[in-house]
Design a protein around this ligand. Sequence first.
Ligand code: SAH
Ligand code: SF4
Length: 382
Amino acid sequence: MTVNLLDFDLEGLTVFCERLGEKRFRAVQLFRWIHQKGASRFDEMSDLAKSLREKLRGVACIMAMPVVSQHISADGTIKWLFDVGDGNAVEAVFIPESDRGTLCVSSQAGCAVGCRFCSTGHQGFSRNLTTGEIMAQLWFAEHFLRQHLKRDERVISRVVMMGMGEPVQNYNALVPALRVMLDDNAYGLSRRRVTVSTSGIVPMIDRLAQDCPVALAVSLHAPNDALRDTLVPLNLKYPLAQLVAACHRYLAHAPRDFITFEYCMLDGVNDSDACAHQLVDRIQAHAGAWCKLNLIPFNPFPASGLLRSKPDRVQAFAKILNDSGIITTIRKTRGDDIDAACGQLAGDVKDRTRVMVRMERNKTMRPVSIDDHAPRTEGADA
Ligand code: SAH
Ligand code: SF4
């Protein structure tokens, strides 16, 4: 069986190379070829000894996931759907900004947390992605975009773990992936430009603080336990007081001096003035400006039975928070026309059926591109 080198952070690749009898600097060279240059074939790696390339060809590969579809939104947002086998698919979304852009990455096929307002949650949990599958999203998107935009330097300047899945419930695959994102020999992103978003698994927030403290976003969605219990079932296990305390502990390690709270605005559910005031009380019980609030207009899907708050309600809610000194922003929804907005990734159950049909049709498909310049994957025996 061949090893997919996208599965390794630099430490892992070093161990792998040492087993082949190669020194650490060879691992660094290989790592740079893969992540900085987007190489997928060993014979491209011109400064590696021919003997090493031969050796690698027999045991390793650089293998992305087959692209099932690619959609480009009118606002430039690009959504890719990747086949992860057994009828499962995950998505990554590129959100362009003025110069560079953000990639939203998935961590699991499905999600076990089961939030009421989230279409991924409604799908249930299929499986954890491997480090290689998490990294393949960034590797593919970055090198695809560089080729497409004819750019030599980095295109993706921020990664948010806000696609499908609960990243910290896939902790062992997540942490090496974060390390590759941060590594100067790979993507070289600063800790503040890599964000892990979590629905609030308290012990994992503490572990992340120790192992790889990147920017933290916490999905709050309610100002009290009674309401949060109904929206984020995990709240029964880790209620708000515990969650907020964990956020405080994280601050001591965080690359930014604030935590971002995400709050999905649901019409008539969590968007009243009373909710806003309760939220202020809860957050201000902790001294200082230690968090920011990001209001996300709900992206509806039929099975949820929920509606998006009206824009003036969102504005009024934001005003109460801003007036009380809590920095509050309203997220602009992007990629609406291609269902690339939060919580719509891989769609609802009906869409999942369409995905399966498309996957069936494209079974042999490899990464494709707008103009056939996509990075290609090549297996050991290809
Ligand atoms: N599981 C993690 C990260 C993935 S979800 C988490 O829950 O934080 C990323 C963000 O999208 C979360 O803040 C989540 O609450 C939000 N979200 C999920 N479904 C949504 C929907 N239908 N509309 C708007 N935001 C949604
Ligand atoms: Fe899972 Fe996040 Fe969706 Fe909740 S919002 S079901 S934690 S992906």
